[in-house]
Ligand binder design. Structure first.
Ligand code: ADP
Ligand code: MG
Length: 239
């Protein structure tokens, strides 16, 4: 618990810093992006300089994303609870992801338990949670692979080791047959800024962890090098 309190304190302090930083960064960043877009319009269609304006615009978007993610991670936000249909959220994310695949051959399999009722949760945050996990799976499998998404009810899940607290939970599992992770990678998985991608932010899973914890749920990961990775999200089945 002490560790959790320390982490919360640290995040709150970071939150103040991040909010200030976000404000200071976003305005000049908007200026840079606007200027690059103007330049783009002024340049002839076949200008080689268009490569540079495109990079400028893309990179401002990247800085923007880092700032947004840092804010999502560090600013405390009250959960906006409503009855949320998990399968609808997952289905919408999958439709979007499938449309963005281009030439990649990624097969999605979904196996939902239709008896899962809507649960009381923050829809926007759950969307962010599953989007981050599904994007990671897509990025992990690369050019071709399989991603499975399933849901089930755990009718009597034991929350504590001694088994005195039991709870009805829904579990959503997102698994891929990508490269998997080493022990060292697994140990750092939820640490902010840990990334093995050249253009990653390393904030996605830290945000996932925060969202799941705020919903009093659990996030588990099983991974084996060369085989793949499975994330399981467990959320209390409160209607
Ligand atoms: P980012 O995606 O920006 O790198 P994340 O916090 O989402 O940041 O993920 C952190 C790291 O965890 C990734 O860089 C990757 O090394 C590892 N990782 C996450 N999901 C998977 C996965 N499905 N398969 C393999 N590695 C993963
Ligand atoms: Mg990610």
């Amino acid at each position: 618990l002490e560790e959790a309190v320390r982490t919360a304190d640290r995040l709150a302090a970071l939150g103040t810093l991040a909010a200030g930083l976000a404000h200071e960064i976003k305005n000049p960043l908007g200026g840079i992006k606007g200027a690059a877009q103007l330049l783009e319009k002024e340049l002839p269609e076949d200008s080689e300089l268009l490569d540079y304006t495109r990079i400028m615009i893309k990179e401002t978007q990247r800085v923007n994303r880092i700032v947004e993610e840092l804010l999502a991670l560090t600013t405390p936000k009250k959960l906006q609870l409503s009855k949320v249909n998990l399968h609808q959220i997952l289905g919408d994310i999958l439709t979007l992801q499938k449309n963005g695949l281009g030439n990649r051959e990624i097969a999605f399999q979904q196996k939902f338990d239709p008896s899962i009722p809507p649960i009381l949760a923050d829809e926007e945050q759950l969307t962010q949670l599953f989007l981050n996990l599904i994007k990671n799976a897509v990025e992990a499998v690369g050019e071709n692979g399989q991603i499975r998404i399933s849901s089930r009810i755990l009718s009597d899940y034991t929350l504590t080791q001694k088994g005195e607290r039991r709870q009805r939970m829904v579990a959503v599992e997102i698994s891929d047959d990508g490269p998997g992770m080493s022990r060292e990678q697994l140990d750092q998985l939820f640490t902010p800024f840990f990334t093995t991608k050249s253009r990653g932010t390393g904030l996605g899973l830290a945000i996932c962890h925060k969202i799941v914890t705020e919903h009093r749920g659990l996030i588990k990961v099983a991974s084996e090098l060369g085989k793949g990775t499975a994330f399981t999200i467990m959320l209390p089945l409160i209607q």
